[in-house]
Ligand binder design. Structure first.
Ligand code: UTP
Length: 409
């Protein structure tokens, strides 16, 4: 992009400050900045006025989950179906590792965090160990693991896992791809700069994974390998079971577009997104969107009707994903800490949130699909998320849960 074109584009969106240091830059830096301006969608920044405002939702109704008792009663059928699918190479996994983990506050990718006590145990290591359970259940059929990174953490992630020899997992069964980035702004929608020649960007949320895979040319791999089911999961749950045969089998058996692992809520107002129907389609209602009436509602057994929280582990039918791939996902505005250069061009890493990032969320993908099976798992056995350093959903709580599950740290 030429300088004049860049000026025109920036003026259109009130972002002229991006070129403040342009004249100080060398040729290479100038080119890089102009390219970034060309690639950046500044139109999304006006959305920062939506921060904290509830988005308009449809009419909610309950969606029954497959409960543990039903899963146990059908265990052998589901397990065998799942193992069969894994052995036939029909399942793959996608690790969502593009996030910035700002709450944990480590400079490294979250998966590199060492939760060990007597020995190093990295989050990534735990995930590979868990994946191996499914591999072993299927007579050592290795499952293709796709790892989504972002421009910010890709090199560190690839280097770390290569050095660790993928914790013994065959490296030809691991494929990295990068997600897209979005500009980050202050509360008035003015884009931050993270360097004199660089606009602040952050990963654009965890829903972009399928379109990013397509852009990376991985649809060909999916087709060539005959992958029919993709288990998508978050990096930060160290008890995450991946391509768990029973879950795979139940989802196939029910012939749904997506299976969603869920846990029974601790309390009606627990801060988790809850599986439900919205205007008759599968959806997730956030805890702050639950009305008192919804919290009080009961199913035919007298149990709370909105009782199952999602844990970011979904098994998507690949064909169903292709059908929705062209659809535009909504953009959510989230308040985050965004590193930026101040008026003296010093890089500041804020201690508290200072602006807006723009993200697409997996839950919106679920709503585009026709059918979903919420599949209940035992929280203590499968859900140990690490979001914070201490307190709720922290390294401490995850260590405790690992201990309960006999995992040596
Ligand atoms: P979170 O919503 O917890 O975000 O991600 P985060 O970036 O890891 O952490 P905070 O909010 O900054 O503290 C849930 C999952 O989605 C992935 C994360 O890596 C994690 O596995 N994710 C999130 C992405 O892959 N890309 C994103 O842009 C955002």
């Amino acid at each position: 992009m030429l300088l004049d074109e860049a000026k025109e584009k920036l003026a259109k969106f009130g972002q002229e400050h991006v070129l403040k240091y342009y004249e100080e830059l060398n040729d290479e830096e100038k080119t890089a900045l102009l390219e970034q301006i060309e690639d950046t969608d500044f139109s999304i920044l006006s959305k920062c006025s939506e921060l904290g405002k509830a988005s308009k939702r449809g009419e909610f109704s309950p969606l029954a989950a497959m409960q543990i008792s039903e899963i146990e009663a059908n265990h052998d059928k589901f397990y065998n179906l799942g193992v069969e699918a894994i052995k036939a190479g029909k399942t793959a996994a996608v690790l969502l590792a593009g996030g910035m983990g700002t709450r944990l506050g480590s400079d490294n990718p979250k998966g590199m965090y060492d939760i060990g006590i007597t020995k190093p145990v990295f989050i990534f290591q735990r995930l590979f160990e868990n994946l191996m359970d499914s591999v072993k259940a299927a007579d050592n059929t290795y499952i293709h693991l796709f790892i989504m990174t972002s421009e910010k953490n890709n090199d560190a992630t690839v280097k770390f896992l290569t050095e660790k020899n993928f914790f013994g997992y065959p490296k030809d069964k691991v494929t990295f791809f990068k997600q897209d980035m979005a500009p980050a702004s202050d509360y008035n929608g003015k884009v931050y700069m993270e360097g004199k020649n660089r606009i602040s960007t952050s990963p654009n949320g965890n829903a972009g994974w399928f379109s990013s895979m397509i852009r990376a040319g991985l649809l060909d791999v999916i087709h060539a390998e005959g992958i029919e089911w993709i288990d998508v999961f978050a990096v930060d749950n160290v008890l995450q079971r991946i391509c768990d045969p029973c879950f795979v089998g139940a989802t196939i058996d029910r012939n749904v577009s997506v299976g969603a692992k869920v846990v029974r809520k601790n309390a009606p107002d627990e801060k988790v997104g809850v599986m439900c129907l919205e205007d008759g389609r599968p959806s997730i209602v956030e805890y702050y969107e639950l009305s008192q009436e919804m919290m009080d509602a009961k199913d035919e057994n007298g149990d709370p009707a909105y009782n199952y929280g999602v844990i970011l582990n979904y098994l998507f039918n690949e064909k169903a994903l292709e059908e929705i791939a062209a659809k535009e996902l909504p953009l959510h505005v989230v308040e985050k800490k965004i590193p930026y250069i101040d008026e003296n061009a010093n890089l500041i890493k804020p201690e508290s949130p200072n602006g807006c990032k723009f993200e697409q969320l997996v839950l919106d993908m679920i709503h585009m699909l026709d059918s979903c099976l919420p599949y209940e798992v035992t929280r203590e056995k499968e859900f140990a998320p690490i979001k914070n350093k201490t307190g709720i959903d922290s390294v401490e709580s995850a260590r405790q849960l690992c201990k309960i599950n006999g995992i040596e740290l």
